[in-house]
Design a protein around this ligand. Structure first.
Ligand SMILES: [Zn+2]
Length: 320
């Protein structure tokens, strides 16, 4: 049985909500493989800062990798990559030594991230890398206990870096195997932003059918089956039309805008990478949302929605 959270969590007077999240944040600088937040206001996060100045209601969830090790998103050891079975035992590109990008070793970046207004930090994996062909897909076939160990180590790095324990996770490359869902639940996380679906037409009963978990609500938070873990779907990105956002909000839904901090790596270009164009588009979109829905729209974050869901669940259980 499904538990779609289509009501109860919105504050009084609000009919719909907007979240904005950015993946792959880590201390990488322009001189490293990726500029991913390490150049602070001089890098891509400076564009976010400017957007937030223009949009004073906008909240952001930064999904941060605790100790990023990926150098290439694709195999560069191409000969090894052609040998079935053997290739699954090796990293198919060079990776960074453990600890190089640990948040605990980059206090200036952490201080900057924590100084950003209306910004929460959540988990985007421990190392963002895996052996075998799918390099960035950190969670694949690991058993529940291994997933818990990974989450615990990531939270420990957050703690060492002075960051409060994260409430939620965006798994790298969307992959959300059942063992990870159970691990998140047992590790005490509140939410998991698993799916991305920017193509399924919007309706109140539409379900996800693109990246990550399938069959989850496209526009509402939903509990994973058999769990109290809340799922959020990223349902809009830079390549989406404004009408899709307005339709989600018009249906009383949660618009989850997604971006990635890295725009380009060699020939690979992220369609939803943060750049001037995307930030300007978001600026216009948010103005249009406000003009259409006025005060009925709640600009919030995944953590706030998760807490509102928990509060509404507690109210439902309290005696009357
Ligand atoms: Zn990622």
């Amino acid at each position: 049985m499904r538990t779609v959270l289509n009501s109860g969590w919105l504050p009084p007077g609000k009919t719909c909500a907007v979240c904005f999240s950015i993946d792959d944040i880590h201390p990488g600088k322009a001189t490293d493989a990726y500029e991913a937040g390490g150049d602070c206001e001089k890098g891509r996060l400076g564009l976010l800062q400017e957007l937030k100045r223009r949009q004073p209601e906008l909240h952001t969830t930064l999904f941060v990798t605790a100790d990023w090790r990926e150098i290439s998103p694709h195999p560069t050891r191409t000969l090894l990559a052609r040998i079935p079975a053997l290739r699954d035992r090796f990293y198919l590109s060079p990776i960074l030594p453990k600890g190089t990008m640990s948040l605990a070793r980059h206090p200036e970046v952490v201080a900057y991230l924590r100084s950003l207004p209306r910004t929460e930090l959540a988990l985007h994996g421990l190392h963002h890398v895996h052996r075998g062909l799918n390099l960035p897909v950190e969670f694949q076939q690991q058993p529940v206990d291994t997933c818990i160990d990974i989450l615990t180590e990531a939270q420990e790095i957050f703690r060492q870096a002075g960051i409060p324990a994260a409430d939620g996770l965006q798994p790298p490359a969307w992959n959300t195997p059942p063992a990870l869902v159970e691990a998140c639940s047992r590790a005490g996380l509140s939410y998991l932003a698993g799916a991305r679906d920017i193509v399924t037409p919007v309706s109140a009963d539409a379900v996800t059918a693109m990246s990550g978990p399938r069959g989850m609500s496209l526009i509402f938070p939903e509990l994973f089956p058999g769990s109290n873990l809340i799922h959020f779907t990223s349902n809009w990105q830079a390549t989406s039309r404004p009408e899709r956002a307005l339709d989600i909000l018009g249906a009383g839904g949660l618009l989850c805008i997604k971006a990635h901090i890295v725009k380009q790596w060699r020939s690979y270009v992220a369609l939803d990478g943060i750049d001037e164009l995307y930030c300007n588009y978001l600026d216009l979109l948010l103005d249009r949302i406000r003009a259409t829905f006025g005060n009925a729209v709640w600009f919030t974050s995944m953590q706030e929605v998760a807490r509102a869901v928990r509060a509404s669940q507690a109210q439902d259980r309290s005696p009357v």
